[in-house]
Write a protein that binds this ligand. Structure first.
Ligand SMILES: Cc1cc2nc3c(=O)[nH]c(=O)nc-3n(C[C@H](O)[C@H](O)[C@H](O)COP(=O)(O)OP(=O)(O)OC[C@H]3O[C@@H](n4cnc5c(N)ncnc54)[C@H](O)[C@@H]3O)c2cc1C
Length: 446
């Protein structure tokens, strides 16, 4: 069977005993190991077509991986399409549209766009894959000024369960286009996406760090500040406990800090004025906020870019207040014992709450804050973090929003958990669209 598949595609096909199998399956999260029957390193849309037809003929499920940043659950059967080699990026400066292959990361898109004074509305890490990120909507560091990233998608090319290649846009297959803008998975395999870029050369952006003893003052002050924050400013705040490892830069190695991230896509003078109340929340430990070229956007959050062991989970909040802070401080305040490497609160709202013309399947558009939880110590991943997080979720019940951003859900337990990211009306329509384009459920929704 392997020979049959290999004869139909131009990219290599690996099975578990091949030397290339493990590297091709590897994702960003090193504690999750995929073990599909076949992994096909697809090189073209035709390879995707043939691999899907082969899977259908042999009753095998199909999954897909670009960078593996969304690897929370192991893939244990079927055909895995690895899109790494389909990483083409081209920019049309006249229309300001980027055409991006299924395997591309944000970094080359940002670099190519910058040559024309343009930028994509990307996520916090430019190492993340464009397609996987956009299928989940995408709540990035410019979320309040520019909105959800999938609002900028103008078209997808997708291979369906029948091996047909379809274009999805506002004009062609609008129902599929609606679903692909935030509905995540279960439609088919995307081979290319077209994204509208914005004019953006630099921002007033970056990070402020405060020491552990100021966690309470900074968290309370930031929460108060968000109630009147300018809609053009996007911020997030994260309590981070850095382990004493050599790869962590000395000022942060072994320290607990509270890190305030700020992004304002306007003049430096105005940006400095808008950031002044935040700089004054407590004595600053590190001030890394100022003019930032659009190519350096990843320095707002400074997410890790090397594969590592990681556990994540998230919650969406409808509002925040000082009682919420009191609750969070019990978990991550100065001196608290916490299993989390990071607890982050992202401020949403602003442009992210305005849907696109024709609508989209983004879950979490009505949420106002997003909590991201990250663990990095593997012994805690199964034994401690899920239970601790359920406890935290119960304590935060009165602040929770009924929907969620699927990209921040972490390990999806089952179909019901996955579906819970969307409000009822979107969930029902997603079911319809998935049923139309993948009636045989060849593709896992997640
Ligand atoms: C360090 C880090 C920072 C992040 N920052 C943000 C952020 O700021 N905002 C945000 O919204 N999210 C963020 N995320 C979440 C991220 O957007 C999702 O995990 C996303 O799914 C990653 O996509 P990927 O292609 O890189 O990962 P992969 O693991 O390769 O893919 C993840 C999933 O995307 C889908 N997918 C990928 N390629 C295709 C394809 N060609 N066709 C169909 N489906 C496909 C599949 O469901 C796949 O399982 C972050 C994640 C990490 C690890």
């Amino acid at each position: 069977m392997t020979q049959t598949l290999a004869g139909r595609v131009s990219g290599p096909v690996y099975t578990p005993n091949d030397a290339g199998y493990a590297p091709e399956c590897a994702g960003f999260n090193v504690v999750v190991t995929h073990s599909p029957q076949y992994v096909v390193a697809v090189k073209s849309t035709q390879d995707v077509v043939e691999a899907i037809r082969f899977a259908r003929e042999n009753h095998l499920p199909v999954s897909v991986q670009a960078t593996g940043h969304g690897t929370d659950v192991p893939i244990t059967s079927g055909v895995l399409l690895s899109t790494k080699a389909m990483n083409h990026v081209s920019i049309d400066p006249a229309t300001r549209v980027a055409t991006i292959g299924a395997g591309a990361r944000w970094e080359p898109v940002v670099a190519e766009a910058a040559k024309h004074g343009l930028a994509p509305i990307a996520g916090s890490s430019l190492n993340v894959g464009v397609v996987g990120y956009l299928l989940g909507g995408g709540f990035g560091p410019l979320v309040r000024s520019h909105g959800v990233s999938s609002d900028y998608v103008v078209g997808y090319t997708l291979v369906t369960c029948d091996g047909e290649t379809v274009e999805a846009s506002a004009e062609k297959h609008p129902d599929l286009f609606w679903g692909l803008r935030g509905g995540k998975g279960g439609f088919g395999i995307v081979t290319e996406v077209k994204v509208q870029l914005v004019e953006l050369r630099s921002l007033y952006a970056g990070s402020l760090f405060f020491e552990e003893q100021h966690i309470e003052a900074v968290l309370r002050g930031w929460v108060k500040w968000t109630s009147e924050a300018d809609a053009r400013v996007s911020t997030s705040i994260a309590v981070m406990r850095f382990p004493p490892f050599d790869f962590i830069p000395p000022p942060l190695r072994g320290r607990t800090v509270i890190n305030l991230r700020f992004a304002y896509p306007g003049s430096m003078e105005e940006g400095a004025k808008l950031a002044a109340p935040l700089r004054a929340l407590a004595p600053l430990y590190l001030d890394m906020l100022g003019e930032l070229p659009a190519t350096q956007m990843a320095r707002i959050h400074n997410d890790p870019d090397q594969p590592s062991p990681v556990w994540t989970s998230g919650m969406m909040l409808s509002h925040v207040d000082q009682d919420l802070v009191t609750t969070l401080l019990r978990h991550v305040g100065a001196g608290a014992q916490t299993p989390y490497f990071m607890l982050e609160l992202r401020h949403l709202g602003g442009a992210s709450q305005k849907d696109v013309a024709g609508g989209s399947a983004v879950g979490g558009r009505n949420g106002n804050f997003l909590i991201g939880l990250v663990g990095m110590h593997p012994p805690l991943f199964e034994a401690v973090l899920p239970g601790a997080t359920e406890g935290l979720r119960a304590e935060l019940k009165s602040w929770l929003s009924p929907e969620m951003a699927i990209n921040f859900m972490g390990k999806v337990r089952d179909a019901a958990h996955f579906d819970s990211a969307w409000p009822d009306a979107i969930r029902a329509k997603l079911k319809e669209v998935r049923g139309k384009y993948d009636p045989h459920k060849l593709f896992a929704a997640k």
